[in-house]
Design a protein around this ligand. Structure first.
Ligand code: S6P
Length: 592
């Protein structure tokens, strides 16, 4: 993958921060559950590090805070005069899911104040991508533009927020480019976590622009506040390239601060100030600390979830409200990240689609993996549950805790492997008796009690905290299952160009073979052939990534072939004998 790197950073100089390997997690694949949690804590803490050199802006950098203020003021203008205006949040994968979460949350705030909703979300691949992996539409800039045009038809003013953690998604690049061409209506804001010069500079088929060239034009527009870039670095991900983790958390933090500041300025006459933004950021930093203060409890969950996955059973999140949405998001990311089956990690939300308010409505007809309501859990999941499956109850004291007790009892009849993650503010006696009942039914309870006087919206803090816990559970459990090699996702799906290049790079790194050879073997694994035909070699990446949708374990197979020189058939039987990829690869590397 090409990036326009003008200032070489410290290590892995050809890679942007979001794709680098994190030295803190180099040995995560060999770590115990408790060490995994320690490493994740160290990685998440990096988000708030200050003054890490002049090359990269950070969350607390002056320019970041100042731009956040400017964007908040733009939002305020729209909130005060919403006629013919829209605020659109858009992204692919996790970034699109967070666009949905944030848009829904802030629309809910508006409705509470009898205001019309003003936020719209776009996710590449449509609503099915909210709960399942749809990586291919990420590569399509035209689709991005079309979806933006469609929802903004007839609007006179649109604040467009494009989220791409890696400054890399062509879908978002297309939308930003469209905004730049129509500055009379659209003001684009880009959220990402690489310095501008590290934006992806790879040719996008059918387009005259790259993500990098769009960023450069945005920088020009930004001089006259016709575009805004908020792109602090938050350090490399714990699992290389897994932007669902820190990238997702930082997206949530930045946008919540901006939108909350705008809401406060509009509805409670609290002007947007530098100090206010800074204070809010500190509150998120404290939330991360508060969360990891319970590392022992998180470790228990990671250990138990890893145990379930290792014996081929499931991790099941039963959530309430927006915390359940975070659980659904976490579960949906396990397929592209770890090559997991949809049954491995499942999420369920009370009320199902009824409470979600997603634009396409109920998606249940798309297949069993789209059954996301508690009723779906009761019908399709509960009957086959046993002690090897772990069930996590995820809720807050503002939810109907008596419902939690009821569900906990039903689950307890099938499995004792029941755990709870619970948020409350200090001094809330109402829920405490029922909470005791739940705790008695559970093997472990992570009880987060937050000070109600802390700055920032408590629900936002609970959500972030829940996201960190669930990211730790699903990542840690897959690490323990052997789905990570060093700190790379080795069983990554190769279903878009970013993932294709990442896979080729990983093969080069692990096998030491030259790039053309790695790509050749990768293609053999994608097309499941021992020899590549002319038809295949003359095709472009779009076709390769399309073909990869129908195959599994592409990268592990290619790696075994490269390391041993064996055929694809032989590699398959090797992996069949040793399905734990970490161990399969380790054995082969030892042999070679
Ligand atoms: C990453 C996740 C992906 C990304 C998506 C968008 O952990 O599985 O689905 O969210 O590729 O990436 P980006 O860099 O445009 O936000």
């Amino acid at each position: 993958m090409l990036f326009c790197v003008s200032q070489a950073p410290d290590y892995e100089p050809t890679l942007p921060v979001s794709e680098k390997t994190n030295p803190l997690t180099r040995d995560i694949d060999q770590a115990s559950a408790s060490s995994i949690v320690k490493m994740l804590k160290a990685c998440d803490t990096q988000m708030f590090q200050e003054g890490a050199g002049r090359t990269y802006q950070r969350l607390f950098s002056d320019q970041v805070i100042t731009t956040m203020m400017e964007v908040a003021k733009r939002v305020e203008v729209i909130l005060k005069d919403p006629e013919d205006s829209l605020i659109v949040l858009s992204g692919c994968g996790t970034s699109g899911r967070l666009a949905f979460l944030l848009g829904s949350g802030f629309n809910k705030e508006l409705r509470k104040m009898n205001q019309n909703p003003i936020y719209f979300y776009i996710i590449a691949g449509g609503d099915r991508a909210l709960f399942s992996s749809q990586e291919a539409p990420e590569d399509d800039p035209h689709l991005g533009t079309l979806s933006l045009k469609k929802i903004c038809e007839g609007k006179k003013r649109v604040l467009f927020v494009g989220i791409s953690c890696g400054l890399s998604a062509p879908f978002v690049a297309g939308q930003l480019e469209f905004c730049l061409q129509h500055p009379d209506v659209y003001t684009p804001v880009l959220i990402g976590f690489n310095p501008a010069h590290q934006a992806r500079d790879e040719h996008i088929p059918g387009c005259s622009f790259t993500f990098c060239s769009v960023v450069q034009r945005m920088q020009e527009f930004a001089k006259s506040q016709k575009a805004f870039l908020i792109n602090p670095a938050v350090g490399p991900e714990a699992i290389s390239g897994s932007s669902r983790m820190k990238g997702g958390s930082a997206t949530k933090i930045l946008l919540e601060i901006v939108l909350s500041a705008a809401h406060a300025a509009t509805f409670s006459h609290t002007p947007v100030t530098y100090k206010g933004i800074l204070q809010h950021m500190r509150a998120y930093e404290a939330t991360v600390d508060m969360t990891y203060a319970q590392s022992e409890g998180i470790t228990t969950l990671v250990e138990a979830a890893g145990q379930s996955l290792r014996c081929g059973r499931s991790v099941c999140y039963l959530g309430w409200g927006s915390l359940a949405l975070l659980a659904l998001i976490d579960a949906s990311e396990c397929h592209p990240t770890f090559g997991a089956a949809y049954k491995d990690v499942r999420g369920f939300i009370n009320g199902g689609y009824r409470d979600l308010n997603n634009s396409e409505g109920a998606l249940t007809s798309l297949g069993p993996e789209f059954g996301i309501a508690h009723e779906d859990f009761l019908h399709s999941f509960l009957p086959s549950l046993n002690d090897q499956d772990i069930v996590l109850l995820i809720y807050t004291h503002s939810d109907d805790v008596s419902e939690v007790v009821k569900l906990a009892r039903r689950v307890r009849e099938k499995t004792s492997n029941l755990h709870a993650v619970y948020h409350q503010s200090d001094g809330d006696p109402a829920a405490s008796l029922q909470q005791e009942d739940i705790s008695k039914l559970c093997l472990s309870t992570l009880d987060f009690t937050w000070s109600s006087s802390a700055s920032g919206c408590l629900l936002h803090m609970w959500e972030l905290s829940t996201k960190l816990v669930l990211n730790a559970v699903s990542t840690g459990a897959h690490v323990l299952k052997g789905k990570i090699y060093r700190n790379h996702m080795i069983d990554v799906q190769v279903t878009n160009s970013k993932l294709y290049h990442r896979a080729t790079r990983l093969l080069q790194k692990l096998s030491g073979c030259p790039e053309p050879q790695c790509e050749e073997v990768l293609l053999k694994a994608v097309y499941q052939v021992e020899e590549l035909s002319m038809d295949i070699t003359s095709s472009d990446i779009t076709r390769h990534t399309h073909a990869a949708r129908n195959t599994t374990q592409v990268v592990p197979l290619a790696l075994v072939c490269l390391l041993t020189g064996c055929s694809l058939m032989e590699a398959k039987s090797h992996i069949k004998r040793q399905p734990i990829i970490r161990e399969a690869v380790a054995v082969i590397i030892d042999m070679s």
